[in-house]
Design a protein around this ligand. Sequence first.
Ligand SMILES: [Zn+2]
Length: 95
Amino acid sequence: MNIPEALRAICSTHEGYCWFCDSKLPAAESAIAEGWDVQRVAGDRVASIILVCPACLRKKAKRKRVSAPPLPARIQFDLLRTRTPRGRVLPAGRA
Ligand SMILES: [Zn+2]
């Protein structure tokens, strides 16, 4: 995807906002200079395009490095347990 091209197209609609923090997309040339990003996100039925401002890009990059540490075994076990269907059937007519 041609990002400057996409930024210009989005700017022309005057409806560009950062997907994460709702910052307003500045004029196309400023957005390109500031390093706004356009990303494709696979949706349920159609792929959509999101805008990401430079501040959120930096935040995301930082978060990516520290996020998703391996879960402690105990928590993993709890998650597994809560996801297991109980399979219990409530007796009818005793509410
Ligand atoms: Zn943002």
